[in-house]
Design a protein around this ligand. Structure first.
Ligand code: SF4
Ligand code: MSK
Length: 644
């Protein structure tokens, strides 16, 4: 297949061609080898949860050996996908909570609490006494409470109280308020085991409660604690795409998700001793760059460049310029081992729960994190001399990342009157029609980055403010859409006017996959600020991911739906087509229960139209689409203004 059909990223196209010439394989080649993919799997009608099976639903066999029908099998599979996604985000959150607590107790000397203001705010929210106490003492209590959220025997997720009250009441009424995160995951696996929950609507109800335990639980805790520990992101400049690699420097790629590792590598790479060692081997410094969500974490906190997103991970190694790639958890392809063996690149796994057979493992532990990070940097420096031929595509774009909730609040309102009011006002007056989150991955089934970037352009053209996370952020960054100046060229007149007036970009990079929780917090603030309804489902908002690949993306989609939003994915990605009832419920029926729903559309222009129609429908319902007649003040107005 032509490189341009595989990726819309010019740098990726060059490396894909080079790999083809060298006879090296990547994810697109492996996809071709897998075709045609299993139709039963795609439709969600393959069940292998007990050893009477596997069973496949077809015209010939309408039920499995136990009698389970397509509705049950599709719903159970969907629930298990959500469980996979929730477990990934939430385990990430738990690791952060453990390091946070160790740092607070002084047991992780290389980490320290950076954002005291946010710590105090979160502490008050969680009912922790702050008056007259040291940040460390407060942090210990916050860390203990955060850790307990994963396994507490009683009660529901504390962070779910951030949702507007009517939403909390609705969750309560429907019995989907999330309890302990681990409990929701365990119950999902139990309910979807052979012979347990066999009513598809009941199974899908658990999918909502489970997903909410992620969005308003595990992921939200991960974001909050990371901000306090590593610093709340504020807008900073950076660069995106493979052109950030340096031909004359030691290049280190950090890849994965948890900033526990990457933060330390960032520090170690600036160490004078390390820089001197790098000079000794004839290099011009140490260049750290990120891929996938780790890259987002590093860009938004340190301005460290991004080399690419999910589908770039193998390609960056094929530049021949990478001395070391350190990976931790999630979205790390096993294929990296193979491509690293074709070059001098040292691939190192660092999380004990995520090793790759045949790949060197260096365990990162909180007590000795910086020492281990330095070891990794030394390995990279020593490997510089082993470099062969290097080919770095000359593409890179400027980007501004780091739009946390706090930043957006600050930019809109200023330090002393931080507020979403200007955003609400401009949505109400129609200059901005609504807000959409474009999230998630890249998938070799779609030309890399193409739908994220087209959708982003099409939405801002229609005066819709776009927030991005995960690999969608990087896709936009590679095409200059995270550069406020360039993005403004695409923005519609209303959005552009507002962006220029308040100094905000039309496409706001908000962070990594766990940071989708920032979007939930921002949407709750839109409600709290007033004038846009009482609940999240009243808002003119939506979420989209047309290139999703991970279970996490479906978990994110489900928590947005259960929070009241429309969520648009590409066709073929949601494996539910095998059950008309499950499809009908997730695409329509669930809206009556929870106010949100799923939709599928693979064409980004049509998806933009679909989203706009949804947003306009919400605006109509809010009554903010009515053009108000201009009139001069009359006596009634004057009397209303009179002050005693
Ligand atoms: Fe087949 Fe039922 Fe076992 Fe699934 S649970 S594999 S449908 S027998
Ligand atoms: S890394 S989950 S490919 S966004 Fe978070 Fe990217 Fe999707 Fe992984």
């Amino acid at each position: 297949m032509e490189p341009s059909k595989r990726s819309s990223d010019k740098a990726a196209q060059e490396i894909i061609s080079r790999m083809a010439q060298l006879g090296q394989q990547n994810a697109w080649d492996r996809l071709e080898a897998q075709l045609p993919q299993c139709g039963f799997g795609k439709q969600g009608v393959c069940c292998r949860i007990c050893s009477m099976g596997p069973c496949r639903i077809s015209k010939k066999a309408a039920v499995g050996i136990c009698g389970a029908d397509a509705d049950t099998i599709v719903a159970r599979n969907f629930l298990r996908i959500v469980a996979g996604g929730v477990s990934a985000h939430s385990d990430h959150g738990r690791t952060v909570a453990e390091v946070f607590l160790a740092a607070a107790k002084g047991e992780a000397p290389d980490y320290r609490i950076k954002d005291i203001v946010k710590l105090n705010k979160l502490a008050r929210e969680l009912g922790v006494e702050t008056a007259g106490r040291s940040p460390q003492d407060i942090a210990v209590d916050v860390g203990e409470i955060a850790l307990a959220e994963y396994g507490k025997p009683h009660g529901t997720q504390s962070m779910a109280r951030r949702a507007p009250k009517p939403r909390q009441d609705l969750w309560q009424k429907l019995g989907v308020t999330p309890r302990a995160i681990d409990r929701e995951i365990a119950e999902a696996l139990h309910r979807s085991a052979m012979g347990v929950d066999q009513d598809y609507r009941n199974v899908l109800r658990q999918a909502s409660r489970l997903a909410l335990a992620d969005g308003w639980g595990g992921s939200m805790l991960a974001t909050e604690l990371q901000d306090i520990l590593f610093g709340t992101p504020y807008p900073g400049r950076g660069e995106v795409n493979m052109g950030v690699l340096k031909a004359d420097a030691v290049n280190i790629i950090v890849h994965g998700h948890e900033p526990i590792l990457s933060e330390m590598i960032a520090v170690a790479s600036q160490d004078k001793e390390m820089l001197a060692e790098a000079q000794k081997v004839g290099s011009n410094g140490i260049n750290v760059a990120g891929t996938c969500c780790t890259a987002n974490e590093l860009l938004m906190r340190h301005g460290i460049p991004i080399a690419g997103n999910f589908l770039n991970q193998e390609l960056v190694i094929a530049t021949g310029a990478i001395e070391l790639m350190a990976v931790d958890v999630q979205c790390v392809m096993q294929g990296l081992g193979e491509i690293a063996r074709c070059y001098h690149t040292k691939l190192v796994t660092t999380a004990d729960k995520a090793r790759i057979a045949g790949v060197e493992h260096v365990s990162i532990e909180e007590k000795t994190a910086l020492k281990t990070a330095k070891e990794l940097v030394r390995m990279a420096i020593a490997n510089y001399r082993n470099r062969g031929q290097v080919y770095i595509p000359a593409y890179k774009e400027k980007a501004v990342g780091g739009f946390s909730f706090e930043t957006i609040n600050y930019i809109l309102g200023g330090r002393f009157r931080a507020s979403f009011r200007p955003l609400n006002d401009n949505i109400i007056n129609g200059r901005i029609r609504g807000v959409v989150g474009i999230v998630g991955c890249t998938n070799p089934k779609t030309p890399q980055d193409s739908t994220h970037t087209t959708l982003a352009r099409e939405l801002i053209k229609r005066d819709i403010l776009v927030l991005t996370t995960g690999c969608a952020t990087i896709a936009c960054g590679k095409q200059g859409l995270a550069n406020p100046k360039k993005a403004l060229e695409w923005a519609g007149p209303g959005l552009r006017e507002v962006c220029e007036a308040v100094g905000i970009a039309p496409i706001l990079p908000c962070g990594s996959c766990v940071d989708n929780s920032r979007l939930l917090v921002s949407c709750s603030e839109l409600v709290r600020e007033g004038g846009l309804g009482e609940d999240l489902s009243d808002l003119p908002i939506a979420g989209a991911c047309l290139e999703s690949m991970h279970e996490k993306a479906i978990a994110i989609g489900q928590y947005f739906v259960a929070s009241g939003a429309l969520v648009v994915f590409a066709e073929d990605i949601l494996p539910i087509a095998g059950s008309a009832n499950v499809s009908e419920y997730l695409y329509h029926g669930i809206e009556k229960d929870l106010g949100g729903r799923w939709a599928v559309e693979s064409d980004p222009v049509k998806a933009a139209e679909m989203i706009l129609a949804h947003i306009e429908g919400k605006r109509d319902a809010l009554g903010i689409n009515k053009t108000k007649e201009r009139k001069l003040y009359d006596m009634a107005d004057r009397r209303a203004l009179a002050v005693d």
